[in-house]
Design a protein around this ligand. Structure first.
Ligand code: ADP
Ligand code: MG
Length: 458
C-alpha cells in the first residue's frame, strides 16, 4: 500500500503539470489517501460524488494510462467517496463499488446532442475559463447553482459546444434525465407551425417534461413577440420547478433589444458568463487537441506549422479548426511535407479574405510600406507623412495602390496607415496609379517588381 501511495503522489505530480492549476487544486489536491487495493484496483478516496464523477468522466483514463508506467502488473484506479469509505469501514463489509461510468452511445442517442461536444475535448484558457467552470458546476448540480446559465460571445468561440457539454455530462450521469437542446430559431419555427394549426397545447407539451433545457442563440427570438410570450411561459414553468436552463447568445442579455424585457431581466437571475477570443497559446492548445482527435500521430505536423496556423487564425475557433483540417487534407492527399510553405498554399483562399484579422493585416501592411520605402530610397516615416514633395508623394500613392489591390481594405482603413489621411485622398491615389499603369510602362514595371518583393518578404 505504501508503494501505491507513493505512485499516486508521482501521478498527482504529473497531473499537476498537465492540467489547469485551478482545476487541479479543486479536484486533485485533496485526493491523498488510498482506501484499499483489491483485485488490482487501487481505490482512491475522494471528497464527494461530484468530484468522483468528474474524475471518472474526465481524468480516469488518463490516470490509468499514467499508472501503466509505474506498475508491472496491470492495475487500475477506482474511486470511492469519503462517505462510502467510512460506511464500509464501519460495516466491515467487502466493498463492491459500481463500475465507473463509461461513455456510451446509447446514452447520447436518446438526446439531440452532438456526442462529441464533451468537457474533455473543450480546451480551457483565459478567454473561456469562467464559462467553463460555471458550466461544469451547472452540470454537477443542475437547477441549483446557476439558473439560468447565460453564455454569450461572438460566433465560433464555443458556446454551442460548451452548452452541449452540460447536456452530455448530465446524461452520462443519469440516462433518464430529459435533456432538450433547441436553437431559438427552431423554437420560433416550431411555434409558428403549431400555432397555425391552433395546436398550442401540443407545442407546450413538447417542452413541459424536460429536466434540462438548452436554448442556443436566443437572439433569434428578437421581434418574434408570440414566440417570446410562449418562451416566457416555458421559462417560468421550468424555473419554478428548478429545472436547469442554459441559454447562449451573441450578446449580453441587456443588449437584446427586440426581446421583451420581462424575459431578458429573468436571464439576470442566474449567472452570466462570456467567452472571448482565445490568445495565441490557447489557440495552439486547441489545435493540438484537434490534431489529436484527427490523427493518432501527434508529431505529424511540426510545431512551427501549428504555430503558423494559430497565428493567422486569431478570430474564432471554428475557422481555426477549418484551417487545420484543410492543411491536413492538402498535405496528406498530395503527400506533401507539412511545412509552412505548403500550409500557406493550402490556406490561401482562407487567408485572403481575412481582412478582419487585424494583427495579420497590420504586419502585411507594414511590410508593404517598408518594401516600397526601400525601393524608392526613402524612410517609412516620410512615406506615411503628409509631406507633399514628389519624392514622397509618388511612392505614397504606389503603396496605397498596392495595399488596396492586395488586401482590398476600405479606403478609410488604408488612410489610417498614412497619418489618418481621409478616404478621398486614398481613393484618388489608387485611381491615379491605376491610370498611370495604363499609360506608363516604367511605372507598370515598378509596380510589378514591388508586388513580387512584397510577396517575397512574407
Ligand atoms: P459558437 O456556438 O460560439 O458559434 P461552436 O460551439 O459552434 O461556437 O464552436 C465552433 C467550433 O469550435 C466547434 O467545432 C467547437 O468544437 C470548436 N471549439 C470552440 N471552442 C473550443 C474549445 N475551447 N476547445 C475545443 N474546441 C472548441
Ligand atoms: Mg453556436
Amino acid at each position: 500500500m505504501q508503494d501505491q501511495v507513493q505512485i499516486w503522489h508521482e501521478i498527482k505530480h504529473e497531473l499537476a503539470n498537465e492540467i489547469e492549476t485551478d482545476t487541479y487544486e479543486e479536484i486533485f489536491e485533496s485526493i491523498d489517501s488510498i482506501f484499499q487495493v483489491k483485485n488490482n484496483y487501487i481505490y482512491l478516496i475522494v471528497e464527494n460524488e461530484f468530484i468522483k464523477r468528474r474524475v471518472e468522466m474526465l481524468y480516469l483514463k488518463r490516470m490509468n494510462r499514467m499508472l501503466e508506467h509505474y506498475v508491472t502488473e496491470r492495475h487500475e484506479f477506482r474511486l470511492i467517496t469519503k462517505d462510502n469509505a467510512q460506511k464500509e469501514l464501519q460495516s466491515e463489509k467487502q466493498y463492491q463499488p459500481n463500475e465507473p461510468d463509461h461513455h456510451s452511445d446509447s446514452v447520447t442517442m436518446k438526446s439531440n446532442l452532438n456526442p462529441s461536444y464533451t468537457f474533455s475535448n473543450f480546451v480551457v484558457g483565459h478567454s473561456n475559463r469562467l464559462a467553463y467552470t460555471s458550466s461544469i458546476k451547472v452540470a454537477d448540480q443542475p437547477g441549483f447553482v446557476a439558473n439560468p446559465l447565460y453564455i454569450f460571445g461572438d460566433v465560433g468561440l464555443g458556446k454551442t459546444h460548451l452548452m452541449q457539454c452540460v447536456g452530455n455530462y448530465i446524461l452520462e450521469g443519469n440516462i433518464n434525465k430529459r435533456v432538450m437542446y433547441v436553437k431559438a430559431d427552431q423554437f420560433v419555427e416550431d411555434y409558428v407551425r403549431y400555432a397555425s394549426k391552433k395546436r398550442y397545447n401540443e407545442f407546450a407539451n413538447l417542452y413541459r417534461e424536460v429536466d434540462v433545457l438548452l436554448v442556443d442563440d436566443i437572439q433569434f427570438l428578437a421581434k418574434k413577440e408570440k414566440s417570446q410570450e410562449e418562451f416566457f411561459k416555458l421559462f417560468e414553468q421550468l424555473y419554478n420547478q428548478q429545472k436547469q436552463i442554459v441559454i447562449t447568445s451573441d450578446r449580453k442579455a441587456s443588449d437584446l433589444k427586440d426581446v421583451m424585457s420581462r424575459l431578458t431581466s429573468r436571464f439576470a437571475w442566474g449567472v452570466t458568463v462570456d467567452i472571448n477570443r482565445p490568445d495565441l497559446d490557447h489557440r495552439i492548445k486547441i489545435l493540438e487537441k484537434k490534431l489529436m482527435a484527427e490523427t493518432s500521430d501527434t508529431d505529424l505536423i511540426p510545431n512551427k506549422v501549428i504555430e503558423y496556423i494559430a497565428s493567422v487564425f486569431d478570430n474564432n475557433v471554428r475557422e481555426l479548426e477549418g484551417a487545420l483540417k484543410r492543411v491536413l487534407f492538402y498535405c496528406t492527399a498530395f503527400n506533401y511535407e507539412f511545412n509552412i510553405k505548403n500550409a500557406e498554399i493550402a490556406l490561401e483562399n482562407l487567408i485572403r479574405p481575412k481582412h478582419n484579422n487585424r494583427d495579420y493585416i497590420k504586419n502585411k501592411i507594414q511590410n508593404v510600406l517598408s518594401v516600397v520605402a526601400d525601393y524608392y530610397n526613402i524612410t517609412v516615416n516620410d512615406l506615411v507623412s503628409k509631406k507633399r514633395t514628389r519624392n514622397f508623394l509618388f511612392p505614397r500613392q504606389v503603396s496605397m495602390y498596392l495595399i488596396k489591390q492586395t488586401y482590398d481594405l476600405p479606403y478609410k482603413k488604408i488612410g489610417e496607415y498614412f497619418n489618418n489621411r481621409d478616404h478621398s485622398t486614398v481613393m484618388h491615389s489608387v485611381e491615379k496609379i491605376s491610370n498611370d499603369l495604363q499609360t506608363d510602362k516604367n511605372i507598370k514595371i515598378d509596380v510589378e517588381k514591388l508586388k513580387i518583393k512584397c510577396g517575397e518578404n512574407e
